[in-house]
Design a binder for this molecule. Structure first.
Ligand code: KG4
Ligand code: ZN
Length: 352
C-alpha cells in the first residue's frame, strides 16, 4: 500500500510518499521561513501564495523520487485542518483534483493526527501512548488510544509554547523563528538570575498557559530602558525563560502521565513532537520526568517532529487501511479538535 500526502497548513509546503512498510519513498519539505522572516511571523496571504507556486512541481518531484506514477498510488491524502485557511485550501484542492483525475480515493487528514501518529511511522510505536505536542500553533497533551481515538488531557488556554519562544525572541531582538535562537543564547546564560513565573505549575489538570510568562519577560526587558538588555543580560533572560518552560512542561507532563496510567495501566511511552521538541534542554528535562514516572520518552526524528508531509501520508495510510476515505466535498477547516468531547479551549492562538 502506497499513499501520497500533502501538507500546506502553515508555512511548510510538503509532499511525501510512504508505504505500509513505513518507508518514506519521498519526503519533500520546502520551508517558507526566509519569506516570513522580515515580518517577524507568518503572513497567511504570502504563505498561501507560496504554497500555490510550489506545490504542483513538488508533487511531480516526489513521484519521480519515489519511482512511481500516480497510477501506482493507492490513495491521496491531504491536511484539511486545523491551520491557515488559505494554505489548507491550496493543499486540499490540489489533492482532490489529483484524486478526481486519477480515480484514486481521497483521505482528509487532521494535521494534529499527523503529529500524533508520526511516532508509529518512526520509530514504529504501538498504541496506546501519551503525546505532548509542542509547536508554534499547539501545546497539548493527548492520550493516543488508536487511529481516530484521542483523549485530550490538556491544552493551552492562551498562547502555544512555540509562540512564547518566538515572542520572547522578538523582545530580545533575536530573529524569527525564535526557538533555536533562544536555545543557543540560553547556553551562555544564568537561569537563576531572573525568576520568571511558571503559569499553572502545581495546579490540578494538564492545561498550559504562556501569556503571563511572556508578559513577565516584556516587563523585565522594558526595565533595561530604551537601549534594552546587553548580550549577557539577554542570555540570562533567555535561560530563565527556557527554565520556566521546562518546569511547566515537566509539571504538566507528570500530571498527564499519572492520569493516563490511571486510565490505561499498561501505557508506558510519552511521545514528544512538534518543532519545540527539537529543544535539547526541554527534552533532557522531559526525559528525567518521564523516567521518574516509569515512562520512556520517545521522540520521532527531528524531520518528523516539525511540519512535514510524511506524517500526513502516514496518517492517511493508517486511516485508509481501516477503510476511511472522504468525499471530495469535505471542506477545509481552520479549527478541528482531535478530541471532540474536550471542552473548547479559550484564548488566542489556539487552533484546536
Ligand atoms: O512544528 P513547527 O515546525 O511548526 C508549527 O508550528 O506547526 O514548530 C515551529 C515552532 C516555532 O515556534 C519555533 O520557534 C519552535 O517551533 N522551535 C523551537 C526550537 N526549534 C523550533 N522552540 C524551542 N527550541 C528550539 N530549538
Ligand atoms: Zn504542526
Amino acid at each position: 500500500m502506497i499513499v501520497l500526502g500533502i501538507e500546506t497548513s502553515c508555512d511548510e509546503t510538503a509532499v511525501a510518499i510512504v508505504d505500509e512498510a513505513r518507508t518514506r519513498r519521498a519526503d519533500l519539505v520546502l520551508s517558507q521561513t526566509a519569506l516570513h522572516r522580515p515580518f517577524g511571523g507568518i503572513v497567511p496571504e504570502l504563505a498561501a501564495r507560496a504554497h500555490l507556486d510550489h506545490l504542483e512541481p513538488m508533487v511531480g518531484e516526489a513521484l519521480q523520487q519515489a519511482g512511481v506514477t500516480l497510477a501506482a498510488v493507492d490513495a491521496i491524502a491531504a491536511t484539511v485542518g486545523p491551520g491557515l485557511i488559505g494554505g489548507l485550501l491550496v493543499g486540499a484542492t490540489t489533492a482532490k483534483a489529483m484524486a478526481l483525475a486519477s480515480g484514486k480515493p481521497f483521505v482528509a487528514v487532521n494535521h494534529l493526527e499527523g503529529h500524533a501518529l508520526s511516532a508509529r511511522l518512526d520509530p514504529g510505536l504501538d498504541f496506546p501512548y501519551l503525546l505532548l505536542l509542542v509547536s508554534g500553533g499547539h501545546c497539548q497533551l493527548l492520550i493516543v488510544e488508536g487511529v481516530g481515538r484521542y483523549v485530550r488531557l490538556g491544552t493551552t488556554i492562551d498562547d502555544a509554547i512555540g509562540e512564547a519562544f518566538d515572542k520572547t525572541a522578538k523582545l530580545l531582538g533575536l530573529p524569527y523563528p525564535g526557538g533555536p535562537a533562544i536555545e543557543s543564547l540560553a547556553l551562555h546564560g544564568d537561569a537563576r538570575r531572573f525568576r520568571l513565573p511558571r503559569p499553572l505549575a502545581g495546579r490540578p489538570g494538564c492545561d498550559f498557559s504562556f501569556a503571563g510568562l511572556k508578559t513577565a519577560v516584556r516587563i523585565l526587558v522594558e526595565g533595561f530602558g530604551p537601549a534594552g538588555p546587553g548580550t549577557g543580560d539577554a542570555a540570562d533572560i533567555a535561560a530563565g525563560f527556557q527554565a520556566a518552560c521546562a518546569d511547566v512542561l515537566a509539571d504538566r507532563a507528570a500530571h498527564a502521565m499519572a492520569l493516563a496510567r490511571a486510565r490505561l495501566p499498561g501505557i508506558a511511552a510519552l511521545v514528544v513532537a512538534g518543532g519545540v521538541a527539537a529543544n535539547r534542554a526541554l527534552r533532557t528535562r522531559l526525559e528525567a520526568v518521564a523516567s521518574a514516572e516509569g515512562f520512556a520518552l520517545v521522540a520521532p526524528p527531528p524531520r518528523l517532529c516539525t511540519d512535514n508531509a510524511a506524517m500526513i501520508a502516514w496518517a492517511g495510510l493508517e486511516r485508509f487501511r481501516l477503510g476511511h476515505t472522504d468525499g471530495l466535498d469535505i471542506a477545509a477547516r481552520p479549527r478541528w479538535p482531535l478530541d471532540p468531547a474536550a471542552p473548547p479551549a479559550p484564548g488566542a492562538g489556539v487552533k484546536a
